[in-house]
Design a protein around this ligand. Sequence first.
Ligand code: SF4
Ligand code: SF4
Length: 398
Amino acid sequence: METKNVKRVPLNGTLELTARCNLRCKMCLIRVDEKRMTELGGRERTTKEWIQLAREMFDAGTIGLLLTGGEPMLRGDFCQIYKAVAQMGFLLTLYTNATLVTPEVMEVLKAYPPHSIGITTYGASPETYEKVTGSASAYNKMIEGVRRLRQLPSKLTIRTTLIKDNANDLRKMSEWAFSIGRDVDFNVSRIVTKAVRGGIAEVESCRLTAEENVAMLRERSKEFIMEPFSRFIKEHPEVIKKEKIKKEKIKKEKIPTTIFKNADNDITNPKGQTVKEKLTLYGCEAGMSAYTITWDGKLIGCQMLGNCWTYPFETGFMQAWKDYPKQVNLQPMPEQCKGCEITCSACPATRQAETGSIGGFPEYLCQESKLAHAMEMKMIAEMQQFIEEKGRLEYETI
Ligand code: SF4
Ligand code: SF4
């Protein structure tokens, strides 16, 4: 393993405090139940273990800490762990489905407000919640939980993942999210991969097909990009006429640069080049400045990754962090991807989730990426044509 000149600093950590959840979302990538935990041979870590490890992480330089699950508030010791890590001085983020925000939880959150809270929501009615999560009553609990969390000074982000059962609620969900306040963000995940690390959800049966997914993206783009854009051009043609716009060649691709060079595996990007300038493990921050500690006590690059890990509870955090690259077994890009120049939604982790190997060819993601790319190109062409017709632009081509 060639690691010289590569600085890895464990700046951002995630603690997956549990993979259990009080909801049963059809598309959850992580959730396991007690039975599966036994099958997997893992155990959740104790209060003392998490707090001790967090202290080691802090001492090792971790600044940003995400507490997540499963549903972290399902743990009876959530408040105890939260308070201990908050007192250490991390920049805290909390992910929750907001259905278990008790007065006791609020007391500790008020005393130590997290920097930000990501609230996962699953629909705009009890009926949709029933379909997606198996619990109709969770909808009103979530609404009440959000009302309580709103009392905190924390930055709130409402998050949702779209599947067949809740895609039609998207407009209502976004209207509701924005009605909470102008400072609240709304974050939509359209792409759902198969479950990782033994997660029990059968995602394939509930996720949108690639075509449905891109059709929805087209609708959103029409509403939030095309329509405001054409309105603006119509209302302000003078702005456009006076502008001299440089028509840049569209940068088509962010080439995955997955190259922490492994002695056994030469890594090539989709163009067939071995890239050595930027040394990373997976082409992103995973394992370089970010990491996750899984519910059963493994250190991995990110929560989406499903293999290659070290054991921080056994060796100590710093040793596990140092050893991690040695465990990473990179694979060459799939043959089918060589030469592909479009922006792809696949990465090593999602390839692994979809195919069982980080070098596998993820057909679903490929199809979605190609359809989305074609849609984007068409939209850009339409915008350019619109500008030429309505704004009489002068182009300076470079
Ligand atoms: S998965 Fe498909 S879209 Fe992605 S890089 Fe490979 S060929 Fe291109
Ligand atoms: S999901 Fe993929 S891109 Fe994101 S951190 Fe993990 S490996 Fe990197």
